[in-house]
Design a protein around this ligand. Structure first.
Ligand code: TRP
Length: 335
């Protein structure tokens, strides 16, 4: 049984806005790589997590649908990879409740994301924000994932998922695979084009700093031309040149060229040549995806069918884990 030997990867994405170039280069390109490398991959949109911050209903629906269509357009292959929407699979909420009872108040209080988010949304520090890591642990443990690719900011959440899994396995007997985080090395951190000391973010207020994966070519060109660099006018990779370093990383991630190759390519040239070249690379990368995205969005029946079939498959895998955990805890089985 070859498929049982394959390592399982699980990752999920919040869809509270249009995806950014940072999401694309940092997370999604790697997600495709894992799919091609033969891992058994499960990816999902974390819409249950999204409501820990208040969402406008029509927007949440649109962002979720767009996100699903975008990832399909990008190349998630449903014949290899499971790709579903978290709220379509009720076992996530079910196991999250159970894991809440195996997680300490003190552990959750130490989560840096909870501390940051409660400072940022002081008017809505809801219990969901606090127990967010238990839902994320459920996401991971339901599918018995070996590896969880996440950004550095989510590493602590994968670590608590490990702790919860080990604790549960220790109280009863091995039930959950203990997952390991994978933090992607390159292209992992795309920074704002306007403030290259900060991560590119759709909510950073300065729209020129952030490229959306759905931006049209003119917008992409304009944003790159306005990108903050420095006064040296030399394409050189250095920590002292955060703006240029960021542009080089974006260019490298798309073209596959090394930093030395890029320095060579632009030797003797200034930013007036370099910035449009980066923009063109990004435009060329996104154009075919945007075209497929538009086509997929027009076929609502296809989209709905993909969502439903994948939720059903995910649900049957998830149910096995939930049943196993419930039996160990001592819930009376319904016969
Ligand atoms: N919390 C993650 C984020 O904000 C998203 C997420 C939810 C996730 N569940 C997950 C990531 C499970 C990996 C595995 O980015």
């Amino acid at each position: 049984m070859e498929s049982n030997e394959k390592k399982r990867i699980l990752s999920m994405y919040q869809c509270t806005g249009t995806f950014t170039l940072g999401n694309y280069l940092g997370a999604f390109k790697n997600a495709l790589r894992f799919q091609e490398e033969g891992y058994q991959c499960a990816y999902a949109l974390a819409d249950l997590h999204a409501i820990t911050v208040r969402q406008e209903p029509a927007q949440l629906r649109k962002y979720t649908q767009d996100a699903y269509a975008f990832l399909l357009a990008m190349g998630i292959d449903l014949s290899k990879t499971l790709f579903f929407i978290q709220s379509h699979v009720p076992q996530h909420a079910q196991l999250a409740w159970i894991l809440n009872c195996y997680t300490q108040f003190g552990e959750l209080s130490r989560m840096t994301q909870f501390k940051d988010k409660s400072a940022k949304h002081a008017d809505n520090i809801n219990a969901g924000l606090f127990t967010y890591p238990c839902l994320m642990a459920a996401d991971i443990l339901l599918y018995q994932a070996d590896f969880v690719p996440v950004g550095a900011d989510q590493k602590q959440h994968v670590e608590i998922a490990r702790d919860i899994a080990e604790r549960f396995n220790g109280i009863y007997s091995p039930t959950f695979t203990v997952p390991e985080p994978i933090i992607p090395q390159h292209g992992a951190r795309v920074m704002s084009l306007q403030d290259p000391t900060r991560k590119m973010s759709k909510s950073d207020g300065n729209n020129n700093g952030c490229i959306s994966v759905l931006d049209d070519p003119d917008t992409i060109m304009r944003k790159f031309k306005r990108a903050i660099t420095d006064s040296e006018a030399c394409v050189r990779y250095s920590d002292d040149k955060p703006g240029v370093k960021n542009l080089m990383e974006i260019y490298s991630c798309i073209t596959g060229k090394s930093m030395e190759e890029i320095e060579g390519e632009f030797a003797g040239k200034g930013y007036g040549d370099f910035k449009p070249a980066v923009a063109e690379a990004v435009i060329g990368e996104l154009r075919p995806i945007q075209e497929r995205f538009k086509e997929i969005l027009q076929d609502k029946d296809y989209l709905q069918r993909c969502c439903r079939e994948n939720a059903e498959k995910a649900g049957s895998i998830a149910q096995r884990t939930v049943s196993k955990a419930m039996k160990k805890i001592g819930f009376l089985p319904m016969k």
